[in-house]
Design a protein around this ligand. Structure first.
Ligand code: 9YT
Length: 136
């Protein structure tokens, strides 16, 4: 059984801040926990726009606080995000994530799991996982 308190994640090496200061990710479950996915609480800071393109991962996101939107860059579609909305990047969809005037609080699951310290590279992706945790 794994039980973790967010207070113990905060200030540890499982709390990761974006290089551009747009978000903070508190990583409850990582590859080393052997669950086959990673599970994070992410705060997207108010009035920010982040370009994201997870070429090497699938991500599902559930919003529990705040309001914002996703814009998929292929077609310019806009998807409003607020409490109760889940979105899944099932096509490795490249998108902008925008938070409006309040922080967005999101619960995020990644397959394959993140290793721990990943921050977005210049095109908004995380590095390719090792063979051990390849997407099935
Ligand atoms: C929704 C999203 O992908 N935000 C960026 C951070 C990511 N969720 C993470 O690493 O926790």
């Amino acid at each position: 059984m794994i039980v973790r308190n967010i207070k113990d994640i905060e200030g540890s090496d499982r709390e990761i801040f974006a290089k551009n200061n747009n978000w903070v990710s508190k990583r409850f479950l990582l590859e080393e926990d052997n669950m086959g996915f990673s599970f994070h609480e992410t705060i997207i800071y108010a009035n920010t726009e982040t370009l994201i393109w997870y070429k090497n991962h699938l991500e599902a996101v559930y919003c529990i606080e705040g309001e914002g939107e996703i814009e998929t860059t292929d077609d310019g579609n806009i998807y409003p995000i607020k409490n109760g909305i889940m979105y899944a990047l099932d096509k490795n969809d490249r998108h902008y994530l925008r938070a409006y005037e309040n922080d967005l609080k999101l619960l995020c699951v990644f397959n394959p799991p993140l290793v721990g310290s990943e921050v977005h590279d210049k095109d908004g992706s995380y590095v390719k996982p090792s063979n051990k945790s390849k997407m099935s």
